[in-house]
Design a protein around this ligand. Sequence first.
Ligand code: HEM
Length: 426
Amino acid sequence: MHSNCPLQHIVRLDLFVFSVVPITIALICLYSRYRWSKKPVVIVASLPEIVALLTPPESVDMREALKAHAIPNLPLVRAFGITNTFSTDDPDVHRAFSREARSVLSSAVPNDADWDAFAQVASETVNRYILELHRPSRSDFTTFSRVITFRIVAVILFKVDPSLLRHEDVDYVTRGINELWALSTTTTTFRPGLLDGINVHLKRWIPQYSNPIDFVLPTYETMWRLIATSLAILHKDVVSRQTLADFLDNPLRRHFITYPAQSASVESIMKEILRIYPPTRGIFRAVQEPLLSFLPPPLSQFFTRTIVRAAEIGYLQRDKTIWGPDADVFDPMRHHPKRCTEMQQRSMLGFGFSSLKCVASNWAPHAAAIMVAAILERVGEDVQIVEGPRIGGREGWDGWRVVSVNCQSEWMRSDEKAQECHNPKR
Ligand code: HEM
């Protein structure tokens, strides 16, 4: 073709339109996706926004709703190898897992009268632990809370023989679960052999499941933190302790919900702890957002990005516009039907909302109250809780300890001293 042929410009223009422009758009899209993938989680903190986020639209089928739920749990899949409803968009897995979880709860306490047997197991487990208290590794508050919670959950929900639950093994498993959870958000590399080591114990204790951690995580992991927080708040609260002591003698539903004269019910005490310190502070959903929002809807649907939205339950449950200026103050009586507003009731979302709400939302506060009551019965008698500067969550319990009352010495001492303490020289 001759160098100054006019067709040449047309060909160049074509080349430009059909190759350079699409490549540029593709690069912009890729860059935007990369940039957005670095974007932190988007926080959602008002009641209407949280309700909207946790309620799958009618147009969305169950698989889509489960996908939105599972994507943010990818770090837990990597850390723990979970295969339950928290990790997949498969509606069959969801159905089977929720059914099994409900069945575990109802076989643990088939009838209201069976809360008595639950209370007995809880008290026996605590007493057994207190008897073993001279061992050096049992001094810190989180070990105390984790090991007792795990033992009770294992015996009650998974029918584990208590004699199989050696302290060293339960401590290894519960400490390991904490380590994996803490690391899961920041890395994909974990201590070699740790998960395998945890699974060896879990499979020995709970052989009825092919992957027992699927059941251990939703049951034990939230419960131990509720127990720890409850102990931290209540161990010096004389009135609540008396209410819980009475409840331990008669742990039925009616007693759980009844307000004794002028004072808080056990249910309201647990609600208030769950309000101020919800074990699940954020509930996450992956959602599709238009990437180029200036485009009209038919076009914009081709340019979307997946982001994670976090329903900030921890914030909502302390929101001063809902709970008043004393929102941070522990006051169980605020849940009394005469005081609690409709808005406040709707803002209690520690167990989630809508179709994926926790199956244990009624069971867990009742069970936790019995466990806390059984522990508090021995606090002051045999052990004392020493406070640290602040109440923690999964971590952050620096300074908190449990010390033996009789020996007036901490559990963290040599076995020799412990021997002396338990067999004092006359
Ligand atoms: C204090 C204790 C507990 C708290 C705070 C808690 C919290 C939650 C929350 C917030 C969700 C919803 C997650 C989401 O929407 O993404 C959930 C779901 C679930 N929880 Fe719990 N939970 C507790 C105890 C338990 C226990 C003891 C069980 C035992 C069976 C359990 C079984 C489940 C199951 C199976 C689901 C999934 C429900 C579904 O996908 O349909 N939880 N939990």
